[in-house]
Every structure is written in structure tokens, then in C-alpha cells.
Design a protein around this ligand. Structure first.
Ligand code: CO
Length: 223
């Protein structure tokens, strides 16, 4: 593994550097994680959560998939969300998209891409929902970037519509859900101003007011 040797070398020197600056660092972190944020972002290699937020290991819980989708039937993202909200009790969920997203671009074409077409169907739904606004944008890049923003806003709604988030709000837990977007060209994050922090922010059809409040999970499930 010639190429991988350098990665292992880099890891050793990183670990040494961290321990030099803070000898108890790994010992402390190995027994407890108390992140205040859950990041739901795109798998794109150019948008790594910790680096763009300037956060150290242990400070942000992360879920990434193609085009930062939160689908109601996806147990992967729902499990991450449940652990982050009910056990770690993060204060903020940040759904972060990025301009020029290849996944979103795929949903704007009629090309058959493979298995991923089924995943991108979620973004086609967003495209169809906003078809009038998107059709009025002549410039292709601008249209793609607008769909990237609209997708973030829709996924924020999906997070809020989950029983996980609504139960947390009913328990009186302090929790906000935000929609941000990242610019690959300047490395800057932009708040899309679609934050939600109470059940009043959930459209009526998705509210679960009649559902018995689930007890907060307290068991230390390993993540
Ligand atoms: Co992307």
C-alpha cells in the first residue's frame, strides 16, 4: 500500500502534535463526547464539517450523504438524528448544502445515472415543488445553485417533521434546526434564514401533538 503509508505517517505526526499541545486530550475525549451540533451535509470531499467550522474532534456530530438529504424512511440519517438529539442532546442541527452540488445537478438532468437515480428522486421532488421559480431562472449555474438552496430548506423541514425533533420540543428541550449553504469558491457558509425552534414551525399536517411524548433516551449507546 505505497500511497497509504503516507496517510499512516501523517496520522502519527498529527497524534503526536495534539498530545504535545494537550497531553490529556485523547484520554479525555475517549471517555466522553459532548458535541453541541449535529451537521447533516453532503458527502462531497470538499465540504468537511470540522474543518469548515473550525471545530476539533468531539465538537460536532456528523452525518453526510449525497446532497444532504433527510428522507423520512432513511434509517441511517434518522438513527444519527435520534442519537444526536435524544442522547447527546445537541443544541443545534445544521443542514448544510453546498453550491455546485453534483447530486443536485443530477436531479436537474434527464440522464440515467444508476442506482443513485432513486436517491436523487428526493431532490427531483424539490425541483418539481419549485418548478415555476426554477424555470424562470435562465442561467444554468444560477438555477443549480437555487435548487441547492431550496433543497437545504426542504431538508430542514424534513428534520423538523420527524417524531424525534417534535418529541424533543414537546419535552421542552432546547433545539434549533438551521439551513446553511457552503460556497466552494470562497469557503464561506451562508445562513439561509430557515431556522426552526418550535413545533409552531412545523406545517400542521406533519404535527404530532396527539402522540404520547417518548421518554428521553438516557442509555449510553456507543456511537
Ligand atoms: Co454535494
Amino acid at each position: 500500500m505505497p500511497g497509504l503509508e503516507s496517510l499512516l505517517r501523517q496520522n502519527r505526526s498529527w497524534s503526536e502534535g495534539v498530545r504535545l499541545a494537550d497531553p490529556q486530550y485523547f484520554e479525555r475525549l475517549s471517555s466522553l463526547q459532548t458535541p453541541e451540533y449535529l451537521w447533516i451535509g453532503c458527502s462531497d470531499s470538499r465540504v468537511p464539517a470540522n474543518q469548515v467550522l473550525g471545530l476539533a474532534p468531539g465538537e460536532v456530530f456528523v452525518h453526510r450523504n449525497i446532497a444532504n438529504v433527510v428522507a423520512h424512511s432513511d434509517f441511517n440519517s434518522l438513527s444519527v438524528l435520534e442519537y444526536a438529539v435524544a442522547v447527546l442532546k445537541v443544541k443545534h442541527v445544521i443542514v448544510c448544502g453546498h453550491y455546485g452540488c453534483g447530486g443536485v445537478k443530477g436531479a436537474l438532468t434527464d440522464h440515467h445515472l444508476g442506482l443513485i437515480d432513486n436517491w436523487l428522486r428526493h431532490i427531483r421532488d424539490v425541483r418539481q415543488k419549485h418548478i415555476e421559480e426554477l424555470s424562470a431562472i435562465e442561467d444554468e449555474t444560477e438555477r443549480l445553485d437555487r435548487l441547492c438552496e431550496l433543497n437545504v430548506a426542504d431538508q430542514v423541514s424534513h428534520v423538523c417533521q420527524t417524531t424525534i425533533v417534535q418529541h424533543a420540543w414537546k419535552r421542552g428541550q432546547s433545539l434549533s434546526v438551521h439551513g446553511w449553504i457552503y460556497g466552494l469558491r470562497d469557503g464561506l457558509l451562508k445562513d439561509l434564514q430557515v431556522s426552526a425552534s418550535s413545533i409552531g414551525d412545523v406545517a400542521e399536517a406533519y404535527r404530532i401533538n396527539g402522540v404520547k411524548v417518548a421518554a428521553a433516551a438516557t442509555a449510553a449507546i456507543p456511537a
